[in-house]
Design a protein around this ligand. Sequence first.
Ligand code: MD3
Ligand code: FE
Length: 203
Amino acid sequence: REESLGPGAMVLRGFALAHDAELLSAVRDVALASPFRHMETPGGFRMSVAMTSCGSWGWVTDRTGYRYDAVDPVQGRPWPEMPAVFLRLAQVAAANAGFEGFIPDACLVNRYEPGAKMSLHQDKDERDFTAPIVSVSLGLPAVFLFGGAERADRPARVRLSHGDVVVWGGPARLRYHGITPLKPGHHPQVGGHRINLTFRKAR
Ligand code: MD3
Ligand code: FE
């Protein structure tokens, strides 16, 4: 089941369901090596979303700014390797949306607890905007805000549920987007939170 959210934005509903247990077990492995943490924005705010990364590059924010870094600053060592099940899913999903040969070198793992949100932003820290971003939603459902090219453009609201995969490329790649505050709930496999994986080509 695939549907378009607009030019360049393809939703593959339930695409990750067949591998959800394996994906969640890999998330646990990643978080054992590089635990989830609430990072600080350059403006000094604590992010409500807890994050970690795997792959060659991890996304980091602190008082000095946003960046991709090869080293986890909490652990003082490289980020955990990208699990094979992550890489395969991202590649097959990208190919389904027309992006053959997508090789992500970074996977940002976001963990939302009830009330956690992500304000409207663009993903601009990557070098090559011709590569797509692939996102995988697990656990509690969320309301995704899909805005336009300008922050002021009124966003569409899209529900993203456990197992949904979205490929964002081409004209969708630089659109503003965010997540509304997570509603409390219980997911049988994930419990009381939502996990989101975003696969990127950082360098
Ligand atoms: C549209 N994460 O990590 S995933 C992020 O659900 C981020 O955790 C959200 O935004 C989350 O940066 C949304 C969907 C997503 C990711 C990247 C995009 C949508 C996007 C990049 C461009 C356009
Ligand atoms: Fe984003």
